[in-house]
Design a protein around this ligand. Sequence first.
Ligand SMILES: [Zn+2]
Length: 334
Amino acid sequence: MEITCPNCGANLTVRSDAVIRTCDYCGTAIQVSKMISKPGATKKEKQEFIIKDHYIVRCHYTPGQAKNLLVAWISKVPGTPSDFELDVNIHSLKLKFYPLWVGEYAADTEYTGLDNWPEFHSPAYDAPGWYEHVTYYKREESGQVVREYQIPLTALKLDKIPKYLKEYLVTTTGKEYFDIKHVKNFSGEIIDSALKYDEARNQMRQEVLGLQEKEIHKEVKTISTRTDKLEERAVFYIHFPVYELRYKYKGRDYQALIDGSNGRIIHVEIPITTGFRAKTITAGAAHVAIGAIILLLFYSTIPFFAIAASIGLIIIGIIFFAINFRKKAAEKQL
Ligand SMILES: [Zn+2]
């Protein structure tokens, strides 16, 4: 299928199920699904096919820097083979700009609801201020919840997102107006939203209403009535950079994802030496075994000591096993 960019007039080939397409020539984000439903639109109408708040989070790492960062990071992981830096071969590196929606909302909800209130009966004789019975009754309450929200929404169907990107929190504070030249300078690939503009807005509004509901439930158990005022302050369509790397080490293939804007390791598979594996398994097994022996020997005479000591040792043993089975890593996010 072909469309004409409403901004620069370039002809673009699009997939038949495309809903949004960033123009390869001028970087305009075009609402394809809206455009094809309105053939013969006037010049003014065509402006409505464009998403104006289209932003980019710039990539701050060259492919070479991304590779160095990855090798240096993996080398520091405990258990990484000492010849890793010499033998690693990064054979594939792609920079993709993934899509994200971010909505900013102000919400003001007035509500009434029922909450449980305690009623105290029969003062205790021996303890002033204490009661022997407490019952609860439902009491109507009303209130107001005023909050501001910034909602990020992944713009792809879940099966189209690399697994480890789903949980990743993108930093969008440094966003700038979208710049196609930047993408081209890095030979990056643009991936466009699978959600329509209005679908994204609806989902984010629903999320805000859900968050307001959670706030109300902190005050009342059941909600009887609520009136929501929801102001949509902005909706941004943002592309952010992710390096997807594959590397070979001793004949095996591993992969990694790096945030191109801040160099954060989003996800990486790491090789562990067999020596390190053997040591951690031995240490883990030894701790569990000693824990079990202490429990058997001392349980009848000093049970508290036996239980506390053996639990401690078994936990340490399990930690050793966990270190051993860990094949993947990621930088911690706050
Ligand atoms: Zn264009």
